[in-house]
Design a protein around this ligand. Sequence first.
Ligand code: HXC
Length: 510
Amino acid sequence: MREIVEALEEKRALARLGGGQNRIDAQHKRGKLTARERIDVLFDPDSFEEWDMFVEHRCIDFGMEKTQIPGDGVVTGYGTVNGRPVFVFSQDFTVFGGSLSEAHAEKIAKIMDTAMKIGAPVVGLNDSGGARIQEGVASLAGYATVFARNVDASGVIPQISVIMGPCAGGAVYSPALTDFIFMVKEESHMYVTGPDVVRTVTHEEIDHEGLGGASAHTVKSGVADLAFENDVEAMLYVRRLLNFLPSSNKVPPPVRPNFDSIERVEMSLDTLIPENPNAPYDMKELIVKVVDEELFFEIKPDYAGNIITGFGRMNGQTVGIVANQPMVLAGCLDIDASVKAARFVRFCDCFNIPIITFVDVPGFLPGVNQEHGGIIRHGAKLLFAYTEATVPKVTVITRKSYGGAYDVMGSKHMRADVNFAWPTAEIAVMGPKGAVEIIFRSELGDADKIAERTEAYKGKFANPFAAGRRGFIDDVIHPHSTRRRICKALTMLRNKSVVLPQRKHPNPPL
Ligand code: HXC
């Protein structure tokens, strides 16, 4: 019996060594952790249970039958993150470059199926040369099996992808189907076709980093949400993100005890809005001062900065925050901001996370690029997302709320539940100057008259009371009491229930 046990331990040790010490050293030399080291950082100590350590590929072509490495290039299993179960697959670049074989895909599919059965998030750590070239179509089929599971799991369990090495070709589409993508700076790349193909086809010269590195995707394309300095930081942020999320769509997000009273007032908010209506201010100051213990987890901070999205807590309960940022493009809604916010709102709605919206928006961004780029279609995504969301929705208008953007940004008419305005709010079809220039075009030569008209327009619409008189705003609140008023609204809305019309699924303007 002792020999049998020893043989088991030898087998385990061999599997844990992956592609061997030399390849592990090479991984470390590049500043990367191994697949198992990443798992160690991700999970609570000693909580990880590995599955399928002895799985091997079944390929007998190109001499592959002589090259068997137990585990076949991916470490799979489950553990806990702050006590709650989470499933993981972590591709092992030291084994066939982490490439995906049929058996490798089956391992991923198995943990995804189990995660769906018990209702727990899946974290995918991607570090792979893509389809196992020697396996041909079997490997492509493997990818498709994973894609299908990504789609089935969407809106049922949170899925987080971390790109920690190469991720190319069709392989990018598994992360793309998940809820969040994190990348590690310098060491991770995502692209459908690499620099060589790009050079051949379009004659553009670009390197891996420029084409598909962390900054390309967190700043320019918006494919990825956050970029980190190294593997450890990325894993710690996955833990932090998971702390905000429910395990599945069937359970509420976790409530964290905290020491921040819901009665806390922030007198400094009374002077947040500058005297000059065109002067910017930092909307993040409001967010941080309102949420529990100033903790705000921003999603896509480097992309479409004119809108802010992220998670915080109010009275211990996770909330999703969407806010216009007057410091970037005056807070206008453009294509990128609309898509960024729409996706975030839909995530929150899938997972029962209430949405708080802070509004200071002068309208949609004008321009040929925007129109020809499809701002109509993309702006409609945000409108669609807000309207179909049935989670509690609380909106606070701090300053401008003009035109169609007023409707879009969590207005009462888009079925927000509680709508507040600060006394500084201006809710109108457009700003006073623009409005007067259109209505009184014939008087444009008379500066005094125009100034008088502008003042009159301001008195009528550049305030929250015209909307208040119609019940479009539930109350005009003191800025300093914003936290207290939102917390009370969320408590009141806790048992909100909405029944939507029967349909297979809606058809948002994708
Ligand atoms: C089999 C692979 C592999 C792959 C890498 N390896 N990619 N084996 N299938 N796809 C092996 C290498 O042979 C090597 O084995 C080891 O992994 C490490 O690779 P290196 O090339 O030495 O590493 P590095 O220099 O860091 O380069 C990494 C790389 C490069 C950029 C990923 O390996 C590469 O270009 N690989 C091919 C990528 C590719 O074209 N994949 C197919 C994409 S299409 P040894 O034994 O020498 O250490 C695709 C379609 C998916 O994925 C479709 C889904 C629908």
